[in-house]
Write a protein that binds this ligand. Sequence first.
Ligand code: ADP
Ligand code: MG
Length: 590
Amino acid sequence: MKQLFRIFKFSKSLWPYYLGISLSTILLAGLSQLQPLFTKGAIDQISKGLGHSDVKIVALFAVLIFVTDVAQTLFSNIGGYLGDMMSVKLQRFFSVHYYQHLLELPQSYFDKELSGKIINRMSRGISQISNFTQTLSNNFLQFIFSTVFSLIIVALYSWQVALMLFALFPIFILFTTKSSKKWQGYQKEINAEQDIAGGRFNEAIGQVRVVKSFVRELSEIAFFSKRFDKVVKTTSPQSKYWHRQDVYRRLVLNTIFLGIFSYIFIETANGHFSIGTMVLLVQYAMLVRIPIFTISFLVDQTQRAIANTTDYFAVMDEEVGIKDIYGAKSLVVKDALIEFDNINFAYNKNPVLSGISFSVEPDSKVALVGESGEGKTTITSLLLRLYEPQNGVIEIDGQNINNVSLVSLRSSIGVVFQEASLFSGTIRENIAYANPEASDEEVIRAAKSANADEFINKLDQGYETEIGERGLKLSGGQKQRIAIARAFLKNAQILILDEATSSLDSKSERMVQVGLDRLMKGRSTLIIAHRLSTIKHVDKIITLKNGNIDEIGTPSELASTSGIYAELLKLQQNDNNTSKKKLTKYDISS
Ligand code: ADP
Ligand code: MG
């Protein structure tokens, strides 16, 4: 139920639409309520016998019925237009809020949720919200209005019939709400299965090369269809249950109507009602049936809305976790001195780093070295504040990164990862992702610095070449040089390079390295490299072991100790298989 209030609260700015739709439905209901009165008028007039002027009156009733018909057509279409507009505005509102909230959620949320699930929850929630609000604004006021109106008119002619009609409502509502709880339980199971299917769908389509190369199309489809088999299996008892309840409800309703009609007919036969009154009562009784059936429709939609928006609102309730403190100032980078002080960090309960303290001096290169899984990437994530350490402080030029605004922090750090992570669109758009206002000259300058301009110019469309989803039309080395151009354009004073060349062949690697070397000039850089040749040229090496810092020193200092770096150098010289294997453990290739 809480969700329903939230839907109204969120969408209260749309009240003119609710009002407009309700008004037109009330007018519609009012018009349809008038028709029995006109029919009765005509019948009464005819059964009295017709004089010359009476024919005109009877004809007038026919015209009145025509006018109400035309007015109904008009109002139902005005209501329909308002309904369409309200629905699309609701969709915009709830989709945008969802997207906005999602993008604020911390990285840790995306670590645990499949993107397909996230999308599924949005589309399910939103289509349901729009259905529900439409149903409600179309039916709720009209339902109350036409019921009250009919009952009053009926009561004027026969309070007994009015009472019998009135008794239908509590009975019907009781029946319907009782069956609703169980229905929702089934729906929850159905949604869970659909989410799993949607999550996998998204993953498989996103990595369709892998699916094809391992020839797993059939098993992916089997996984997907199995989930829907379960949906089918659960829908069967759910639907049976709902419709069995509906049969019971309607049987009770029909029985009561048996009483009502018998009463009207017998009383008319006994001369207590005129034929005109009889027709009027029968017509109103029929009109009251409609809102009663509307109740089960309304309850049906309400339970759907509750069950199908639960997941949507659960996402909206996810804590934003990492956000600006109150009154956070912008980070001011002067020299770009980075200091990690006694950092402890664990993913959930899984400790990765402990007591990490080091600094990256202005305009210097610092390499992180350690076995795969030691926490090198984690250190860079902490600097970007994608996660927060449980203990310790990270400062940039003396400012605690927790106290400055996220926008200013992340704007000051350029990153190049192993995965270039481009978007569909043109090369120009991808480079300008760092700064959409950049001029063509700036984009080209960035591409030149990144050693990318030459290959871009060889493409048919040059900078306007469409590169496909995540850049799949480019080679690894080309993608990476676009990513470097993007980092150039960002022109941040701090730079993170996380295995930026490790997925490349040696020829592309050399071309990318040229770009990277230019990029690092004049910036404070944290490098995770997979080549000892790169590591040899940094200002400082930090080696990690068991979540702690093992050694810190210049390459030449560490070369003469018995630590990890010295061992790596030795392994590289040995050039045999066991040595190579050991190097691989450090994500290093000789
Ligand atoms: P490296 O970059 O040194 O290879 P990472 O920093 O990526 O290592 O990972 C350090 C450890 O943290 C690994 O044991 C890894 O399994 C774990 N880890 C990395 N990312 C996550 C995550 N998002 N959630 C939970 N554990 C993670
Ligand atoms: Mg890593």
